[in-house]
Design a protein around this ligand. Structure first.
Ligand SMILES: C[S@@+](CC[C@H](N)C(=O)[O-])C[C@H]1O[C@@H](n2cnc3c(N)ncnc32)[C@H](O)[C@@H]1O
Length: 282
């Protein structure tokens, strides 16, 4: 079989049934196989692919047609200004989570000396912040071995100094206290119809689902973080599109103050930031 780059780009129609961006998917997969940029595809559309690259391309196309996310085929995902290695043990970092990084970076630099990212997954938030603020002491936890292994590898490849500990939310932190706690925990309800989306079936359920109401992880983090925040310390939490009021209420009933809600790039309620002072009367 023989095919040029131009011929392959014509195959986008094969992905129309499973992808919102079939042409882009074909380009990204082809760039990955060739080890070239997208601009190269258009300046070399007449070039024929060697047999071995064609075989690799068609194997990846078959997997994409079965619904596997492009990111799992290429193995990497851009987040903030870093490149992360991803695999089926970690959530593919989402653009909306960059809001948490933005909020953390909006804090006065001298107010933060230490932070922890709870449920770090690929390490997206912790690594981005450790690179942006090299003077912060950065910790990160996750329950799964796959996440901790992946995040450690990503910290190394991105030259970021992060201390990873495996365990359940705050439990591995013992008596450590921080100026900032950040978390994007699982927050989807166990029976949420969105879980039927084809691409979600390739993501780890432990990264997506939080019991029947979707709020169990957020509730546990809000309650237990109080013991790990320095006076006046901040918490920044990502949540589902319809959970902002409930998260704000949970923070208030747990004695947090200065509670503020934030929207993501799609203008959807997505994050809440608050402060905690053990001795303060609200
Ligand atoms: C929504 S993902 C977020 C991953 C990453 N922080 C990001 O934003 O891309 C939630 C993460 O929480 C972790 N997780 C789930 N339950 C946990 C628990 N009980 N303790 C610690 N981490 C947990 C999952 O393994 C997953 O990596």
């Amino acid at each position: 079989m023989s095919a040029s780059i131009g011929d392959i780009l014509e195959l986008a129609s094969r992905l129309e049934a499973i992808s919102d961006s079939p042409a882009l998917d074909i380009q990204v997969i082809l760039c990955h196989v060739l080890g070239k940029s997208r601009s190269y595809l258009y300046s070399h559309s007449e070039d024929k692919l060697p047999e071995s690259q064609l075989t690799t391309f068609f194997e990846l196309l078959r997997r994409r047609q079965n619904g596997e996310p492009v990111v799992h085929l290429t193995g990497t995902k851009g987040f903030w200004n870093i490149e992360l290695s991803v695999n089926p043990t970690v959530l593919i970092p989402r653009p909306e989570t960059e809001l948490l990084v933005e909020l953390a970076l909006s804090l006065e630099q001298d107010q933060i000396k230490s932070m922890v990212d709870l449920g770090t997954g690929s390490g997206a938030i912790a690594i981005s912040l450790a690179r942006e603020r090299p003077d912060w002491i950065v910790f990160a936890t996750d329950i799964t071995t796959g996440a901790i292994t992946t995040a450690r590898r990503n910290a190394l490849s991105n030259n970021a100094n992060v201390n990873f500990i495996q365990g359940h939310w705050c439990r591995p932190l013992a008596d450590m206290r921080f100026d900032l706690i950040v978390s994007n925990p699982p927050y989807i309800k166990a029976n949420d119809p969105h879980l039927a989306q084809p691409e979600l079936k390739y993501e780890p359920l432990v990264a997506l689902i939080s019991d029947i109401d979707g709020l169990t992880a957020l509730r546990e983090i809000i309650v237990n973080s109080k013991r790990h925040l320095n006076p006046g310390g901040r918490i920044i939490l990502e949540h589902g599109y319809d959970q902002s009021n409930k998260v704000c209420a949970m923070l208030a009933s747990n004695g947090y103050h200065s509670i503020e809600a934030y929207q993501d790039i799609a203008n959807t309620d997505r994050a809440v930031m608050a402060r905690f002072d053990a001795t303060r009367k609200n």
